[in-house]
Ligand binder design. Sequence first.
Ligand SMILES: Nc1ncnc2c1ncn2[C@@H]1O[C@H](COP(=O)(O)OP(=O)(O)O)[C@@H](O)[C@H]1O
Ligand SMILES: Cc1ncsc1CCOP(=O)(O)O
Ligand SMILES: [Mg+2]
Length: 281
Amino acid sequence: MELEAKRNHDPDLNDWASIAWTILCNLRDQSPLVQCITNYVSMDLMANTLLSAGASPAMIHSIEEIPDFTPHVRALCINVGTLSPNWLPAMKAAAELITKSGKPWVLDPVAAGASGFRLKACLELVGLKPNVIRGNASEIIALSKASLGVTKGVDSSHESIDAIDAAKSLAQASGAIVAVSGAVDIVTDGNRVVGAHNGVPMMQKITATGCAVTALIAAFVAVEPSNALEATASALSIFGIAGELGMDIAKGPASLRTHLIDSLHGLDQAAVFSRIKITLL
Ligand SMILES: Nc1ncnc2c1ncn2[C@@H]1O[C@H](COP(=O)(O)OP(=O)(O)O)[C@@H](O)[C@H]1O
Ligand SMILES: Cc1ncsc1CCOP(=O)(O)O
Ligand SMILES: [Mg+2]
């Protein structure tokens, strides 16, 4: 079912469960090809997250392959987690090519405030017009202020709600939807701000859950490109719900990783409708 039809039926957009479920069903039906240029730590969890949601991941990052491959993908996810100088030209080439193809791309500015090299690279990538930027609070604050900030490497030293103003100004300056993950996931277009309240704290204890949810956002935006804010909030909540269901049976981070992937794969309408919590902030 088209989301536009749903929006007409439900113009105040309060029916987030219906929106998220519709996008997930479309994703499962369409199985969009999502190119990921990502860090070495996240490749496995990211690919498995995309597969369990119903998308088709491809971790293809060599600059020689981008002209042939990138025009055929439905969305691109760029993540600077283990950035080195020779990767940056491929990231930029892919971002430019996908934008030229009229398809969306999503940026994960991992540890943006940790070094001058990384911050400059992230700012250059923001200049190539990502449709969505998803980071933790410290990353979004560093990017928004364009300054090296208090950061604990790839982890956040801020709460997501402390980054609302930074997220809004980054969204206004870049034209991207900006998402800040955390206890409450914040999503803004620079004007509207919504909070996605799903997830469990143990998700922070699994490396690359942030990277994985950024890729899931890319898959959601692939099937719903004209409603990127709705797609982004929906992806964050769906991933959070999978974490909640996984936590019901997990014994710790390692088993949560497994059960989160299983839960995402098996997620049904009843779970989405009973658990989703997205509110206007
Ligand atoms: N305290 C929390 N409660 C619930 N979910 C959380 C919490 N902290 C992080 N998450 C979830 O964990 C995932 C990774 O977020 P986060 O740890 O902020 O990203 P990153 O790994 O990039 O720092 C997101 O889906 C987010 O919603
Ligand atoms: C630990 C680490 N170091 C460089 S990238 C990376 C993974 C970060 O993943 P996330 O941002 O999802 O926690
Ligand atoms: Mg991260």
